[in-house]
Design a protein around this ligand. Structure first.
Ligand code: PLP
Length: 361
């Protein structure tokens, strides 16, 4: 074993590595079901695969375009924003990192609800900023009043994850409006809409609508979840021009590959087809929620492509019970279990696993 002689940045040892969703173990039937990363259960659209096959020979030996002209233009048109309002990254998690790097100096505060997306505290610490976690309320929802109360003169950035990962809850338009009225305009509010396509709540806010009305709102979107491109890594921010400019400045050059750019463009052109799949996942989410509730489990109403089981101390045992059936889920010991929506057969297996676990005790 070699001894490390290099000196690392102070504080680095306190930063936990991001814990990715586990691959699925093999269950008793020989089956493995991965429901731990909120991925899309469908294969990519044939039109997207065909397009990628066509560009593949040209996409590997050359660097991609940093400006990603085609994708940027397609997004600007899709959302009726200026190309100057857009900043891309290798997944919206990279864009979240860009936001933190662009807006904070060491010691500045970045606020978010907790529990929320696990990458937030890691990205904030890596940037040398200070994470400020504000507890969700008793219904696993953002407590926007408590978040507004927690703003200090060091606050630079606030993430509002809507729908929230891992609880699937949403804030209402009126709540976000009241929140914006209390947040100083020099603090950037980032509405992380990774799961917005699955939200069927009629009084949910549109992040882009808030972006249009407030000079201190940015929106994060990703192609990883609803569009099923998690493996290609592409996401973006829609942000005020000076913010988007700053994001491009701190971005890693060439992070978004040509394949990712082209797949995103092809996906935007196939939104109608993708919408059918999204609708199907929403139907499955509601069916899974009902099925799990029928077993007696508590299920938080979800507007995302996963459900949250707030099981408290029973979470680890339930997580293990799923694993025993070849189903990987995301277990937060002492808090809850997050189960991604799979295809109908996979969702049936989730309910069957709960019933099997109940019969064993
Ligand atoms: C999955 C997710 C993202 C982004 O994922 P990328 O694959 O990096 O685009 C961003 N925010 C939340 C809350 C997520 O769950």
């Amino acid at each position: 074993m070699s001894t490390t002689t290099q000196s690392f940045r102070p504080g680095l040892e306190q930063i936990a590595a991001y814990r990715a969703g586990k691959p699925a173990p093999v269950g008793p039937s020989g089956r493995s079901i991965k429901l731990s990363s909120n991925e899309n259960p469908y294969p990519p659209l044939p039109a997207v695969v065909a397009h990628l096959a066509e560009v593949l020979p040209h996409a590997i030996s050359r660097y991609p375009s940093i400006a990603a002209e085609e994708l940027t233009a397609a997004l600007a048109q899709r959302f009726d924003v200026a190309t100057e309002n857009l900043a891309l990254g290798a997944g919206s998690v990279e864009v979240a990192a860009q936001l933190i790097h662009a807006m904070t100096a060491p010691g500045d505060e970045v606020m978010f609800a907790w529990r929320s997306f696990e990458a937030y505290p890691i990205l904030v610490r890596v940037a040398g900023a200070v994470p400020v976690e504000v507890a969700l309320d008793a219904d696993s929802r953002h407590d926007l009043q408590a978040m507004a109360d927690a703003v200090t003169d060091r606050t630079r950035l606030i993430f509002v994850c809507n729908p929230n990962n891992p609880t699937g809850t949403v804030v209402s338009e009126a709540e976000l409006e009241a929140f914006m009225a209390r947040v100083p305009s020099n603090v950037l509010v980032v509405v992380d809409e990774a799961y917005v396509h699955f939200d069927r709540n009629s009084d949910s806010p549109s992040g882009i609508d808030f972006f249009r009305r407030y000079s201190n709102v940015a929106v994060l979107h990703t192609f990883s979840k609803a569009y099923g491109l998690a493996g290609l890594r592409v996401g973006y921010a829609i942000a005020p021009v000076p913010v988007a400019e700053a994001l491009r400045k701190v971005s890693v050059p060439f992070a978004v590959s040509r394949l990712a750019q082209d797949a995103a463009v092809a996906s935007l052109a196939a939104e109608g087809e993708l919408q059918l799949r999204i609708d199907e996942m929403v139907t499955e989410r509601d069916r899974l929620t009902a099925g799990l509730r029928a077993t007696g489990l508590p299920v938080v109403p979800s507007q995302a492509n996963f459900v949250w089981l707030p099981l408290g101390e029973a979470s680890a045992a339930m997580g293990a019970a799923f694993e025993a059936q070849g189903i990987s889920v995301r277990t937060f010991a002492g808090e809850g279990v997050r189960v991604s929506i799979g295809d109908p057969e996979e969702n049936d297996a989730v309910v069957a696993a709960v019933i099997a676990a109940a019969n064993r005790v």
